[in-house]
Design a protein around this ligand. Structure first.
Ligand SMILES: *[C@@H]1O[C@H](CO)[C@@H](O)[C@H](O)[C@H]1NC(C)=O
Ligand SMILES: *[C@@H]1O[C@H](CO)[C@@H](O)[C@H](O)[C@H]1NC(C)=O
Length: 378
């Protein structure tokens, strides 16, 4: 008996729980209760923008279209933080909300970097936040980016960190998943030196384009499929993580990104429905799990588990094709992330999970699965 049980301890060593970082988009569905046993850190998106003089600002009146969803929300989040000391919030600075060239223009000017950092500090303390997440998509890569972005991002992070450190505020940086971007966009030594957390966005691996890529494909495959060679073979979470570690990103600040959202397309013909089949358009109205789970169960649609990608998709006679996540893909991603030994996992986003329990698996089925596995419960 002893001999039988003993080796199991080596196969299943006790693993510590790892934290779950969750993004919440402020203009997404109004959630009355926050799943505060599911996420250790919440990063609020659309909560701030960069003003024309390069400062971080949060002004309700600037966000008219969202103001309804917005009113009192920050206060709501703050009230939860103060009642739960293990819970922390970061505010996300999303370039593109107001100023597409952020921070290209700023990172070339030391004065502006200090001014920006000061405004970050005052906003964090004003709203009792614990840090900032810099979500720059992407240095060097984006249409309005500059070649110098990579070299300038280091000093930018150094200066920002020097302002945050005295008050113990955290610096988080969201980075690309596709290795094609990761290799050119980032000064990884600077990330290792100044970032407390690096959120690796292991999703958006398939980008539909009517002219250049009119095909269906997985949003967040874990591993490559056999047909995928060359660059396509890199468009998955495994290749993303391998690339980041090869580039020198320390595991103890790496957060493995997991999407809860789906990506839907209209097939050219439902007779061709395997990944990489031709499509005529994307269908952005179907991105949240509760909008998709009803199809998976309907009988009218066929859902397929792809063993290589470790991801599901579904299609129907009406030509709908959806790459989505379910509990099984969460299990596969979590097992892989834990094996990698990352610091934690990141989830994008709270609002695209089934927060009302419409799918019949309880509230937050995807996030709950992640949280359970992060705590090493089965
Ligand atoms: C940097 O920005 C500041 C403030 O806008 C400006 O006064 C200064 O001339 C800029 N420096 C350079 C080198 O562009
Ligand atoms: C990560 O590991 C490095 C090197 O061992 C250490 O200096 C650093 O403090 C660690 N960071 C975190 C966040 O644990």
């Amino acid at each position: 008996m002893f001999l039988l049980i003993f080796p199991l301890f080596f196969l299943f060593p006790l693993v510590n729980s790892i934290p779950v970082v969750c993004y919440y988009i402020l203009n997404q569905p109004d959630i009355k209760e926050l799943p505060n046993n599911l996420c250790e850190t919440i990063i609020l998106i659309n909560s701030a923008h960069i003003s024309e003089n390069g400062k971080l600002e949060y002004r309700e009146e600037d966000l008219d279209e969202f103001s309804h969803a917005f009113k009192g929300k920050i206060e709501f989040f703050v009230s939860i933080t103060s009642s739960n000391p293990s819970f922390s919030f970061l505010v996300s600075s999303c370039p593109g909300v107001r100023m597409s060239a952020f921070p290209s223009f700023q990172t070339s000017n030391t004065t502006l970097m200090h001014e920006f950092s000061k405004s970050v500090n005052s906003m964090l303390s004003k709203y009792s936040f614990n840090g900032i997440d810099i979500d720059w998509e992407f240095p060097v890569w984006s249409r309005d980016a500059k070649k110098t972005d990579r070299a300038q991002f280091g000093p930018f992070l150094r200066i920002l960190k020097s302002h945050l450190q005295p008050s113990g505020q955290k610096l988080s940086v969201a980075v690309s998943g596709p290795p094609t971007i990761s290799r050119v966009a980032y000064d990884v030594d600077a990330l290792a030196k100044y970032a407390d957390m690096v959120q690796i966005m292991n999703y958006d691996f398939h980008v539909f384009n009517k002219l250049t890529n009119p095909l269906v494909g997985f949003n967040a495959p874990l591993h490559p499929m056999r047909v995928e060679i060359s660059v396509l073979g890199e468009m998955n979470s495994e290749a993303s993580m391998t690339t980041w570690f090869d580039l020198g990103l320390p595991k103890n600040i790496s957060y493995f990104g997991i999407p809860t959202y789906a990506r839907a397309y209209q097939l050219l013909t439902h007779y061709l429905h395997k990944p990489y089949s031709p499509a005529t358009r994307s269908r952005p109205e179907l991105t949240n799990y509760p909008d998709v789970c009803i199809f998976a169960d309907s009988g009218y649609y066929t859902s397929v588990w792809n063993h290589n990608a470790q991801a599901p998709y579904l299609y129907g006679k009406d030509g709908l094709w959806v790459s989505y996540e379910n509990e099984r893909s969460m299990l596969a991603k979590m097992a892989f992330a834990r094996k990698l030994g990352v610091a934690g996992v990141m989830v994008y986003s709270i609002g695209s999970d089934d927060f009302e329990g419409k799918c019949g698996f309880g509230r937050y089925p995807l996030l709950s699965k992640i949280a359970k596995l992060a705590k090493d419960e089965r």
